[in-house]
Design a protein around this ligand. Structure first.
Ligand code: S3P
Length: 426
């Protein structure tokens, strides 16, 4: 269990094209390649623990994978039963999307994950899938992994989800593609839409009308994917906050997806006063471009809408709240409690350890901006908690413990961070 000592820094001006590739799109690229006829080509795949687990699972399901270190090609002749347990590691996206993909596949499959994932709720996907005929089970009546799936035929559905979750939506879209009729899926607020964009790009008949998605089952295999995965805005955001809280600093983050369902945290930082510019450079499956963030004094804001568009960035945004003038508030964010850790508790605990006044409620918290103080922070095995408090350390110095989890999403995080400050890993 490694730890890091971060030293406070002074102004920097940094530009990088090396932000980790998008995790959501990387998972989906290898899964969706299983639905295509011919060879899919994936460039800039995220080589982090979570997504490498998905790649390994796809191999276990019979896909032919060739990886020359730069480009991954995947061809599949249908999903095959695996003699191995399929291990999703720390990834909620991995396990929930595979539930949707495997519910209609011929055979028996077992999905599991690490100690953290085995504590996270799975009913949100297993219940609606069971309702359309999937044979899925797990501990606590199908709520906890390990999950076992016996693929079966699935009925068409009209499902109204109570939560805005791209994982649930994607699992249901994957199930719909192989169901026996036209399906509709509605959500209370638009969640990230990579699944719809990518599958449509591969030829699937998916229509999006506001919050309602209509999916027609496949009559033939899809066209192969040919994708270069953009940088992950959720990973880029740690460095955006670094520039936003360090006087006279600026940072340019290149090749990031500018999908509106993913850059809401940058918009929030802009509302706080940071100077942020977006430059579109490409547009295939997703708009992609460069984001430049320049320091400016920050003021408090309230975040209560489109929560699913910035849910992963709330821990890092909270570090900016701690450095802003006034009281910032997060509401409607109870989903934070079922992420890699209970992120309401872990953020509140961490900020209080740094001397910041925080009030916790069930669906969020408020942060009174002040003077961050150096502290020792436990990540609770949550990569985004670890990286958020490491970034806080740029202001005041910080010891952060249990940092191996950063490898689940951003293996070169420290290599980049070294351009901004001094660190000691132990
Ligand atoms: C993800 C969806 C979100 C997000 C997660 C990745 C995805 O989860 O928090 O990190 O790739 O679909 P929910 O769908 O549970 O909100």
């Amino acid at each position: 269990m490694k730890s890091v000592k971060v030293y406070a820094t002074h102004k920097f001006d940094f530009k990088t094209e090396k932000i980790a590739s998008d995790k959501s799109i990387s998972h989906r690229s290898v899964m969706f390649a299983m639905l295509a006829e011919g060879e899919s080509t994936i460039k800039n795949f995220l080589r982090a623990e979570d997504t490498l687990n998905s790649l390994e699972i796809v191999k276990n399901l019979g896909a032919k994978v060739v990886d020359n270190g730069e480009v991954i090609t995947i061809s599949s002749s249908g999903i095959k039963e695996s003699e191995n347990i399929l291990d999703c590691g720390n990834s909620g996206t991995g396990i929930r999307l595979f539930c949707g993909l495997l519910s209609s596949a011929k055979g028996h499959f077992v999905l599991t994950g690490d100690e953290y994932l085995r504590r996270r709720p799975m009913k949100r996907v297993t219940a609606p899938l069971r309702n359309i005929g999937a044979k899925l089970d797990g501990r606590n009546d199908g709520d906890l992994a390990p999950l076992s799936i016996r693929g079966s035929s699935l009925k068409a559905f009209n499902y109204e989800s109570k939560i805005a979750s791209a994982q649930v939506k994607s699992a249901m879209i994957l199930a719909a593609l192989r169901s026996d009729g036209i399906c509709t899926y509605s959500e209370p607020e638009l969640s990230r839409d990579h699944t719809e964009r990518m599958l449509k790009g591969m030829g699937a008949d998916i229509k999006v009308d506001g919050l309602k998605t209509t999916i027609t089952p496949l009559t033939k295999l899809l066209s192969p994917l040919d994708i270069r995965i953009p940088a992950d805005p959720s990973s880029a955001f740690f460095f955006a906050v670094a520039a936003a809280i360090t006087p006279d600093s600026s940072i340019t983050l290149q090749g990031v997806t500018l999908n509106k369902t993913r850059i809401e945290a940058f918009k929030a930082l802009e509302r706080m006063g940071a100077d942020i510019r977006y430059e579109l450079t490409d547009d295939k499956y997703e708009p992609i471009g460069d984001i430049t963030v320049r320091y400016a004094p920050l003021k408090a804001i309230t975040v209560e809408d489109n929560i699913s568009w910035l849910i992963d960035e709330l821990p890092a945004l909270s570090i900016a709240f701690a450095c802003a003038e006034g009281v910032s508030v997060i509401k409607n964010a109870e989903e934070l409690r079922v992420k890699e850790s209970d992120r309401i508790s872990t953020v509140v605990e961490g900020l209080r350890a740094c001397g910041i006044e925080v009030d916790e409620v069930q669906d969020g918290y408020s942060v009174t901006g002040g003077e961050l103080r150096s502290a020792t922070i436990n990540s609770h095995g949550d990569h985004r908690i670890a990286m958020s408090f490491i970034i806080a350390g740029l202001r005041c110095g910080m010891d952060v413990q249990d940092i191996d989890c950063i490898n689940t999403s951003f293996p070169n995080f420290f290599e980049l961070l070294q351009n901004l400050t001094r660190i000691e890993l132990s």
